[in-house]
Design a protein around this ligand. Structure first.
Ligand code: NZQ
Ligand code: ZN
Length: 387
C-alpha cells in the first residue's frame, strides 16, 4: 500500500431541499457574490429564481453563458474582470461541471495580478483564491468535491486540468431533484465520465482489496442507476445514488493507497474535446474499450480478470484471456446500451487530425509513466481504433 496525505475540505450538503442552507453557508464568506451559470438550464428548472430569492439580501453580479468545455476566453477572463471591478468576495456556481470548473479558474485569477493563464498553465502557483460555493446540477465530473477545473483555450487547442488545493469548493449543495431534467445524452455521458474516473484509479499496478471493492461497487452502482435514470428521469433514489457516486469519483478517495495510474484516458479525451468540442463523457466512453484492448497483456491480464469477474459477473472458471476479452466487450456493450455513440466518426471526428492530436497528447500529457506507458504511436493506435 502506498503512502498518502489526504484531505478534502469541502462541506457536502446533500438531499432534497439542501439549498435552504445556502444563505447560511454564503453569509460566512461575504456579501458580494459572483453568480456563475451556463446556457439557461437553471432558469428552466426554477433553480435560478430560488437562488435569487434565497440570496435576496446579498449583492449579486452575474456571469451567465458559460459553455460546456468552458473557455478561457471569454468566460474565465470576463469572470476575473467582474470579480476585480465589483470587489467580489465569494463565487456561487450553479450548474454542471463546466460552470464550476470555470468558476474555480476565476476564483484563482481574481486573486492574481497577471494573466490568469499563468496559473492555469502552471507557470505561476496561485497564492490565494476566492471562496467557491456551488449547486451542482449534473451528476458527472465530481468537480463539486475536488480541487480541479478543466479549462479550454481554443486558439492553442489546449484543455488543461488545473489542480490546486485552493480550488476545493468551501461548500457544495447536491439536491438530486435538480438533476431530473438532465437529458438522456448528458445522463449517459455523466455515467461514462464517472465510471471512467473510477477505472482510471482501478487500473493501476498496486491496489488493495479495500479499494478494489470500493471501485467495483462504484462501477456497479453507476451502471445500475444510470439505466434507471434513463428509463425514469425522476426516480429520486437512482438520481441520488448516481449523484453521490459521481461526487466521489475525482477526489482520490476511491484509490487512497493505490499507485498512480497516469489517467491516460482523460489525457487522450481532453485533446479530443479541445480540438473538436465534443462531450467529455462520450469521448471517454469511445476511447475506454480501445485503450483496454491496447493495454491487455500478460502483465495486465489479472487486473482485467478481476474487473470482469467482480464488475460484470463473468464466470471466474473461464480461461483468463477469455474473461478479459469478455470484460472489454461488456464495457463497450454497456456504453452502447445507454445510447452513447461508440465511434469517433459519429461525434464528428475523422482521421484528419489524428497525427496532430497524438503528438499533442504525447508532448503535453507525458503518458510515459502511466500504468501502461503510452508512446505517441500507442496513442495514435488507440485513436485510430476508436474511429
Ligand atoms: O449550460 P446549461 O444550460 O446549464 O446546460 C448544460 C450543458 O448544456 C446541461 N445541464 C447541466 N445541468 C442540467 C443541464 N440540463 C438540464 N438539466 C440540468 N439540471 O448539460 C450540458 C453539459 O453541462 P457541463 O457542465 O458541460 O457537463 P459536465 O458536468 O459533464 O462537465 C463537463 C466538463 O467538466 C470537465 C470536462 O472536461 C468538461 O469540460 N471535467 C471536470 C473535472 C473536474 N473538475 O474534476 C473532471 C472531469 O474528468 C472532466 O474533465
Ligand atoms: Zn472525466
Amino acid at each position: 500500500m502506498q503512502n498518502f496525505d489526504y484531505m478534502t475540505p469541502t462541506r457536502l450538503v446533500f438531499g432534497e431541499n439542501a439549498i435552504r442552507k445556502l444563505p447560511e453557508a454564503m453569509a460566512a464568506l461575504g456579501r458580494r457574490v459572483l453568480l456563475t451559470y451556463g446556457g439557461g438550464s437553471i432558469k428552466k428548472i426554477g433553480l435560478y429564481d430560488r437562488v435569487r430569492e434565497l440570496l435576496k439580501d446579498f449583492e449579486i453580479t452575474e456571469l451567465p453563458g458559460i459553455q460546456p468545455n468552458p473557455k478561457y476566453d471569454p468566460s474565465v477572463l470576463d469572470g476575473v474582470r467582474l470579480c476585480k471591478e465589483k470587489g467580489i468576495e465569494v463565487i456561487l456556481s450553479v450548474g454542471g461541471g463546466s460552470v464550476l470548473d470555470c468558476s474555480k479558474a476565476i476564483a484563482a485569477g481574481a486573486c492574481y495580478d497577471g494573466d490568469p493563464w499563468d496559473l492555469i498553465s502552471y507557470k505561476v502557483k496561485a497564492k490565494a483564491a476566492l471562496p467557491i460555493v456551488d449547486i451542482i446540477t449534473l451528476a458527472a465530473t465530481g468537480s463539486e468535491y475536488d480541487s480541479g477545473g478543466v479549462i479550454s483555450r481554443t486558439e492553442t487547442n489546449d484543455k488543461i486540468g488545473y489542480i490546486d488545493p485552493l480550488l476545493y469548493p468551501v461548500c457544495s449543495f447536491l439536491d438530486p431533484r435538480y438533476t431530473f431534467s438532465v437529458s438522456k445524452k448528458q445522463t449517459a455521458a455523466g455515467c461514462a465520465d464517472a465510471m471512467n474516473h473510477i477505472m482510471e484509479q482501478y487500473f493501476c499496478e498496486d491496489s488493495t482489496l479495500l479499494n478494489d471493492g470500493f471501485c467495483e461497487a462504484g462501477l456497479k452502482s453507476l451502471m445500475v442507476n444510470a439505466r434507471v435514470c434513463l428509463e425514469n428521469p425522476e426516480d429520486y433514489r437512482a438520481r441520488a445514488e448516481m449523484m453521490f457516486a459521481c461526487t466521489l469519483g475525482c477526489n482520490g478517495i476511491y484509490a487512497l493507497g493505490n499507485s498512480e495510474s497516469g489517467w491516460p484516458m482523460h489525457a487522450i479525451e481532453h485533446a479530443l474535446s479541445a480540438y473538436y468540442d465534443i462531450t467529455h463523457g462520450e469521448g471517454l466512453a469511445i476511447i475506454t474499450p480501445r485503450w483496454m484492448r491496447h493495454i491487455l497483456s500478460e502483465r495486465t491480464l489479472p487486473r482485467f480478470v478481476k474487473y470482469g469477474v467482480n464488475v460484470f459477473g463473468i464466470d471466474a472458471s473461464l480461461p483468463a484471456q477469455e474473461i478479459a476479452e469478455k470484460a472489454i466487450d461488456a464495457t463497450y456493450a454497456f456504453f452502447e446500451s445507454i445510447g452513447i455513440p461508440m465511434h469517433l466518426r459519429e461525434v464528428g471526428i475523422g482521421e484528419e487530425r489524428i497525427d496532430e492530436m497524438a503528438h499533442h497528447i504525447a508532448v503535453n500529457e507525458g503518458l510515459e509513466n502511466a500504468y501502461v506507458p503510452l508512446s505517441e504511436q500507442d496513442i495514435k493506435s488507440i485513436l485510430v481504433a476508436s474511429l
